[in-house]
Design a protein around this ligand. Structure first.
Ligand SMILES: C[S@@+](CC[C@H](N)C(=O)[O-])C[C@H]1O[C@@H](n2cnc3c(N)ncnc32)[C@H](O)[C@@H]1O
Length: 242
């Protein structure tokens, strides 16, 4: 995990405002509010737990959230108030039919190969109880396609220099980038990432193929329908019966 871990944590946390996290938490709470299935709900790739800690403290998922994360530092520095397991998304450590739900924010499930995305989603389906729910957050394919190249350089509040370059390949649907963080003491952390962005029709097909039925598609945290101006793509799916 050369991209995730210290580089991701130190370079991303300064951009995650309280306000943004509070809105995302409210969205997630609303997504699971009417879920009739009892049992735990897993935050897949929970990071330092900005969603899991709050969702586990109050609301419809109070006392039911478990974080799953591979990076030891994220777990070590995580917020208090929720249990977590150190595991790989590609080998879920949960019993078949044991979970009421799962969610993954920030395209977390889509950092692998297309074949692995099928395997991961099938494994999530395996872990869910009948009627179990999956909520996935990503960014619309069209948004990446309309602005395929990005680069920036900025100073973080602690004095670190953050530099990043990325390029979206619209044919492969993959955004590949390189991030470099020069810490105030001169230490350099750097890593490459690749994230798959599926057009909505392909994502729907992928979910159907792996055992889910799409329940909703939103273009933002207010639950608005997707549009050309959407900044988010959030889908809710349910484990298909039979
Ligand atoms: C984009 S971040 C999102 C973190 C958190 N969900 C949030 O919204 O702040 C993706 C997270 O998934 C974790 N991750 C990446 N690959 C993983 C893997 N193979 N197994 C488990 N966790 C992984 C990373 O360490 C990171 O914390």
């Amino acid at each position: 995990m050369s991209f995730f871990g210290e580089l991701y944590l130190r370079s991303t946390l300064p951009f995650l405002s309280e306000d943004t996290t509070a809105k995302e938490v409210a969205y997630l709470a609303g997504s699971f509010e009417d879920l009739q299935v009892p049992g735990p709900v897993v935050d897949l790739g929970c990071g330092h737990g900005r969603h899991a800690a709050r969702l586990n403290a109050a609301g419809p998922l109070a006392g039911r959230v478990v974080g799953l994360e591979l990076d030891a530092l994220s777990l070590q520095e995580r917020l208090p108030g929720f249990p977590a397991v150190r595991a790989d998304l590609r080998s879920l450590p949960f019993r078949t039919g044991s979970l009421a739900g799962a969610y993954a924010w920030y395209s977390t499930l889509f950092v692998f190969s297309d074949e692995e995305h099928v395997t991961v989603l099938r494994d999530v389906a395996r872990c869910l109880k009948p009627g179990g729910r999956l909520v996935l957050h990503s960014v619309p394919y069209d948004r990446l396609a309309s602005q395929p190249e990005a680069s920036f350089s900025t100073r973080l509040p602690d004095g670190s220099l953050l530099e990043e370059e990325s390029r979206f390949d619209a044919v492969r649907g993959r955004d590949e980038g390189h991030r470099r963080l020069t810490r105030p003491d001169g230490r350099v952390l750097s890593g490459r990432y690749a994230i798959r962005y599926y057009p909505l029709a392909d994502l729907t097909q992928l979910l159907e193929f792996t055992g889910f039925s799409m329940r909703w598609v939103h273009g933002g945290l207010e639950g608005e329908p997707p549009s050309g101006a959407s900044t988010d793509l959030i889908v809710g799916a349910e484990l298909r019966h039979g």
